[in-house]
Design a protein around this ligand. Sequence first.
Ligand code: BTN
Length: 251
Amino acid sequence: ALDALEVAWSIDSTNSELLRRATPAHGAAALLAERQTGGRGRLGRSWASPLAAHIYLSVARRFGDGLARLGGLSLVAGIATAEALHGLGFASVRLKWPNDLVVVDTAGLRKLGGLLVEGGGEHAGPVRAVIGLGLNVRMPDTAAQAIDQPWCDLATLAAPATTPARNEVAAAVLGHLLPALDEFDAVGLGRFLPRYAALDALHGETVELRGPAGIERGTVLGLAEDGGLRVQLASGAERRVHSGEVSVRRS
Ligand code: BTN
């Protein structure tokens, strides 16, 4: 259930704001912003957040015992968002482990959005998490120039049909996300694994794993039960990597 839904005109970061506030004891609090002045991406990157262009959404919620890794949560939020977009007719939306929403079509793989999950902890007992989603709706020309990777937005995908209003997209995302978070809290990641497999942009792809120990190459087998990525190395051995340990690139 949603405890509060708020739209800010301008804020540093919807994630930062919800991390500063108390989290509801039951239910979830959602915060959208028309723009962010200090939007944050993963790995300390910034997330450009121009006015009235995209969706900047954060949801704060408590999770019961056993949320050992936030990685599972980011996957669940990605699944819910991708399924919401499929429901709006954007059938080419996929997930790139661990936290990217991408579009895969004849133009290749392009980033449509991303998730930044913060909070939680490795300890037992209830934890609080903030799930942040940035989703490209209509990229202004001025913002496009600053992006250093292939990207996509809903307006491009929808053309020549009309792009749904940001409110409509946000409502669809929340309509899928909130029940998914309830289900994840109640029963964990297990039932999401087949849903992830149907959206997996990396399945069967050759990837490079870049970590502190250097670069390894392998073929993606899919998700492990704990949300890690199963990769078969050239030696035949299987590696299981977790979010934050390595960066994954298609090669
Ligand atoms: C990534 O791909 O690196 C994750 C991007 C997450 C951006 C969203 S926008 C709403 C929320 N507030 C933030 O500051 N970041 C997330």
